[in-house]
Design a protein around this ligand. Structure first.
Ligand SMILES: [Zn+2]
Length: 332
């Protein structure tokens, strides 16, 4: 199995296949049980509720978590080093964010489901399944999916206004099938690169109502704002413009960041730009496709969040519940 995974990886990158044994050790036991968090605020005086909802946990290899190669290593070298690493780092939450906005409900990412560990679910792309399972350990049961937890909150995925993906890696797109009939905003850049790379799970996007942010931005007249000056042209996801998205290539070719403007301040959803807000600008850890892009977006987010009343919400940051409550306490 391990040699097979390695050969598949090598074939994917079109180089000679020299199989050597992988000897993965079992991941450490889950030492954390992330809990959902909720913050309430207002937009133009109307209530808005923002939920951070964990669909289980993800563990990446130590090499992935700590960025074991320097920046001169290319993506292929980086991927192989991660593949060869035998040890997994501590599990992290897989956050999706749900915004009960005055204009309707929006989800930022969809988390993962138990299908990740089910070989049958990957029948449409076995290579992607083998590779994903080789480098990621995802623990999520049926009660922890985003859809299951939304139902506990009295929210129906099918009634959502839209889902916006920060990027199209497996742990962010697994819940898409639960949002049947809902527009799923991704980027053509990510979708096409992901399809070529084989990482976007076809099991989750087949039949989905995909919308491409990069295409929509190109067709929208630019506006003048501090955010667009820093991040490039963005797109309003709501009529009132309070939820806005930008394509920020780096972690993936079509990674996206979003900002929600409330009366109390700004919430920035940065996906996998960093593993944790406290690490932003301190380390480039992560399986980034383009470090220069990550640095550029990092500098922009740091500039835009230097003013008070901003909070940075990454997709795997164990500190999210504390960050949300701290933001709200500082923004009465
Ligand atoms: Zn992720």
């Amino acid at each position: 199995m391990s040699s097979f995974v390695r050969c598949v990886a090598v074939m994917l990158f079109q180089t000679a296949c020299v199989p050597w044994a992988l000897n993965p050790t079992p991941p450490p036991p889950i030492s954390m049980e992330p809990q959902a968090a909720l913050v309430t605020a207002t937009i133009g005086g109307a209530p808005v509720r923002v939920h951070a909802i964990p669909s289980g946990t993800i563990a990446v290899k130590n090499c992935h978590r700590s960025n074991c190669l320097d920046e001169s290593a290319n993506y292929r070298e980086r991927f192989f080093s991660i593949l060869e690493d035998e040890a997994f780092a501590e599990p992290m939450p897989i956050w999706s964010y749900v915004i009960e906005h005055p204009e309707g409900a929006f989800a930022i990412d969809t988390g993962e489901t138990p299908a990740f560990s089910d070989a049958r679910a990957w029948s449409c792309d076995e290579r992607a399944g083998q590779l994903s399972q080789a480098i990621l350990k995802i623990e999520v049961d049926a009660t922890q999916t985003l859809a299951a937890q939304l139902s506990g909150l009295g929210l129906s995925p099918g009634a959502f206004k839209a889902v916006v993906l920060t990027h199209a890696h497996a742990d962010h797109v697994g819940g898409i099938p639960d949002f049947a009939g809902v527009p799923i905003w991704t980027t053509r850049a990510d979708f096409e690169a992901g399809t070529n790379f084989g990482i976007i799970p076809c099991r989750t996007t087949r039949g989905a109502m995909l919308r491409y942010l990069d295409d929509a931005i190109a067709a929208t007249p630019p506006v003048s704002s501090a955010e667009d000056a820093q991040l490039g042209p963005g797109l309003a996801m709501t009529r009132d413009g309070t939820l806005r998205a930008w394509m920020t290539p780096g972690h993936t070719p079509g990674s996206v960041v979003l900002r929600l403007t409330t009366d109390q301040g700004l919430l920035w959803f940065v996906g996998d730009l960093t593993f944790a807000a406290s690490e932003l600008g301190e380390t480039l850890a992560g399986i980034h496709g383009d470090f220069e892009g990550v640095k550029k977006t990092t500098a922009a987010i740091q500039a835009l969040t230097s003013a008070p009343k901003s909070v940075i919400l990454a997709s795997h940051d164990p500190g999210v519940p504390a960050l949300l409550s701290g933001w709200r306490a500082a923004s009465p």
